[in-house]
Design a protein around this ligand. Structure first.
Ligand code: SF4
Ligand code: SF4
Length: 91
């Protein structure tokens, strides 16, 4: 089973209030490693027209991005409100 198939098994109750955000996009522009782009298992971080963007809707709540953005500490992250977020069908 590939990653896309596994992610398809998850269920989400998406809150209209984002539980994570990039604090300062200017810092992403000077961030050399941009490690959020390749460490998020759900690929929530993407490059759009050369700028880093994040979509919180598919977040697995693993917390990786809040740790790996260690140079600029540029991600504000908290768990979704109660009743919202991911629901794992397995595990
Ligand atoms: S690692 Fe942090 S500062 Fe660098 S591009 Fe990603 S969010 Fe921006
Ligand atoms: S918490 Fe995990 S799944 Fe959610 S955006 Fe960060 S790295 Fe991606």
């Amino acid at each position: 089973m590939n990653l896309e198939d596994k992610l398809f098994l998850d269920r989400y109750v998406v809150d209209e209030i984002p539980h994570l955000r990039i604090i300062n996009l200017d810092k992403c522009a000077i961030c050399k490693k941009q490690q959020c782009l390749y460490t998020c298992p759900a690929q929530c971080y993407k490059l759009e027209e050369g700028r880093v963007v994040v979509s919180y809707e598919g977040c697995l709540e693993c917390g990786t991005c809040r740790i790996i953005c260690d140079e600029y500490k540029n991600i504000e992250w908290k768990y979704p409100r109660g009743g919202f977020g991911i629901c794992y069908k397995y595990g």
